[in-house]
Design a binder for this molecule. Structure first.
Ligand code: 13P
Length: 341
């Protein structure tokens, strides 16, 4: 495969394909395993992820890349094959989460700043040797209108860090996924999400420009424009799609080859329906696909529940969600396809 950044980025958003975000930190995967009653150990985490990466036809047909966590990129399957080799054998590209998580921003209660820039050049060089050809860094922007969160300081600091990360990735021959996630956990409405995401994306592209980042070799991983979960209002896929595309047309340069959404706490089917509605109102100047964690993995985690005899069921559940989201990335999903399964 070509090693040019723009070719790697194009492959990451190839038609009908999207990214499997399997980069949960050890703390986050423990929370997911707690739900299904599975103890989180290095071996159980390996067994679970091996199950996904060995879902061969789903991986081959619907998954362009997999975001890994530091532990996973170094792990071997039960038979000794490096997990990275399983991913590559399916035709997908291995990627790596490189941020060190969101920490409280000093002086701004309720805001966070994502850490992990110190030593990043050296870590990227190692990850490249381990097979990673793209990376992910997530800046987290919470919304709490009563507390004046987010501050503009938090938005600026996170976008600045994303730009420094992106420049280091490109220097290392790695495509940066830039992820400024405006959380959907709050009680705000869809228009507030629109306004905060707008300020964030404008600042992000200003910082990427200032950092000499080549946009052709990047992928944007944003939230959709959607009301907060605690607002009690459910936005239709049509409204989410219309507002998301209106905002991106105002803020995301066409030099960006692709946009791969996070699912952010939407239900499996909601994340699929919304992505489908976004693509159904195309054509758009960028590819729009998925980079889902929870919305791809909740179903296989439940079906697997840590039991060897459930591996085929877990793989089938993963294959189904991957196929539904692949259809949505083409704007060809229909609710009846869910029932057919
Ligand atoms: P979710 O799809 O579960 O939001 O996770 C995607 C991700 O990688 C967040 O950083």
């Amino acid at each position: 495969m070509s090693e040019r950044l723009e070719d790697i980025a194009a492959a990451m958003v190839a038609d009908g394909k999207g990214i499997l975000a399997a980069d949960e930190s050890s703390g986050t995967i423990k929370k997911r395993f707690d739900v299904i009653g599975v103890e989180s150990t290095a071996d159980s985490r390996r067994d679970y992820r091996e199950m996904l990466f060995r879902a061969t036809s789903a991986m081959k047909n619907h998954i362009s890349g997999v975001i890994l966590y530091d532990e996973t990129i170094r792990q071997k399957a039960a038979d000794g094959t490096p997990l990275v080799d399983l991913i590559r054998a399916s035709g997908a590209i291995p990627g790596i989460k490189v941020d060190a998580g969101a920490k409280p921003l000093a002086g701004f209660p309720g805001d966070t700043i994502t850490e992990g820039l110190d030593g990043l050049r050296e870590r990227l060089a190692e990850y490249y040797k381990l097979g990673a050809r793209f990376a992910k860094w997530r800046g987290v922007i919470d919304i709490n209108e009563e507390e004046n969160v987010p501050s503009s300081t938090a938005i600026d600091a996170n976008c600045h860090a994303l730009a420094r990360y992106a420049a280091l990735c490109q220097e290392a021959g790695i495509v940066p996924i830039v992820e400024p996630e405006v959380l959907m956990d709050g009680s705000h409405d869809i228009d507030t999400c629109y306004e905060i995401t707008k300020v964030t994306l404008l600042q992000l592209y200003s910082e990427l420009y200032a950092a000499n980042v080549s946009l052709e070799g990047t992928i944007l991983k944003p939230n959709m424009i959607i009301g907060g979960k605690k607002s009690g209002i459910k936005n239709s896929p049509e409204e989410v799609a219309e507002k998301t595309i209106k905002l991106f047309r105002e803020t995301v340069p066409v030099a960006v080859p692709g946009i791969a959404f996070l699912s952010g706490g939407q239900s499996d089917e909601e994340a699929t329906a919304n992505l489908n509605a976004i693509n159904a109102i195309g054509p758009h100047p960028w590819k729009l696909t998925f980079s889902y964690g929870r919305a791809l993995q909740a179903a296989p985690q439940k079906a697997w529940s840590g039991k060897v005899e459930n591996i085929a069921a877990g793989q089938a559940a993963f294959a189904h969600r991957a196929k539904m989201n692949s259809l949505a990335a083409l704007g060809k999903w229909q609710q009846t396809a869910e029932k057919a399964a």
